[in-house]
Design a protein around this ligand. Sequence first.
Ligand SMILES: [Ca+2]
Length: 406
Amino acid sequence: MRARISSAARTASPSPVSHHSFARGKFGLGLSAVVILVLNLALLPISAHASVQACTEAGLDAAIAAGGSNTFSCAGATTIAITASKSISVANLVLDGGGLLTISGGNARRIFQVNGGSAVTFQNLTISNGFLASGSGAGILNFGTAAIVNSAFSGNVIVTGGGAAVQNVGAMTVDKSTFLNNSVTSVSGIADGAAINNNGNSLIVSNSTFSGNSAGRGGAILASTGLSIYNSTIVGNSASVTCGAGAIFAVGTTTLANTIVANNTSGGACRPNCNGTVVSGADSMSDNADCGASITQRTVVQINLGTLTGSPAYFPLNPGSTAIDAGSNAICAAAPVNNTSQNGIPRPTDGNGDGTATCDVGSFEAAALVAIVPAAPAPTLSLWVMLLLAVLLSVATFVQLSRAQD
Ligand SMILES: [Ca+2]
């Protein structure tokens, strides 16, 4: 500190400044800048630290009012059953449930509405049991910009309308998330897209799982506007309308890449997987040609999914699955997949042991298959035999020499 003051005094001196003292002054100012920078860096983590909110509805309300990055002090797995729907109008909000927090609508109300001009990230959360008798987006209704990361949607219900889990009217990304058992139940009215109803300006889905969702049309997804789905697994969803597409009903163009769509059902046993404008390349896989003639067709048995596991839950690929090492590495390397998977194994990994690391189709990436090489036989016996032979040879030689001497 003393050096900084004296240097500053020297540079502030009205007397002629020599090159030498100017250099020292610059050094002193440089030092002070470093000291200030270090102090600022020391303070930064405090000012930039996420707010830690109570693991209660009041804590959730405080987070929504405050904006910024928010975590919750949940001691263990906790469900907050909200008593009022949450309308969000903040420029920047992160709600991070830490993998412990479930926010429930109590089968009585919409859970979140993201208003225009707002940007919200929902991460490490479960959003369940939202309910609307009629309308859109019982889990989340998005008019703004929303990112859903590593989160689960389950048991959200709308009677008449669309998007029981998510209705997107704005811009949205969904990554490493799971939609399970959401439903739009109306038989005679509108019942569209139980997991996602997209009528927004963009929706990009990656590394995600859709299963057990049911609606009239688009059991999992109804897309009125453009939708892109990368490395996701869409299986076991159902549509009640004839040709209603259990997985995806696309009015706007839906593009599938490295994605599994299989074992879905619809009314009339017609178009169980996809209906409408769905474009899929050979990197995606399905049990029929509903989602595009150029999709790779494999049977459900060949795709060979394991049972749901993990949180958010995903379907593993059993050993021998034809989806292992069958994807496009270029798609995996690019955004939004960025060589990640829903189960945490980096892509691409050599899952079939052929020596080439190739990306899997679907949300899951199989771990490296290590070839089992039989162990070399133990040398013990042959060593003992050799030793015995050597001893016998030595004895024989000794006896012969002894006889020769005799
Ligand atoms: Ca692989």
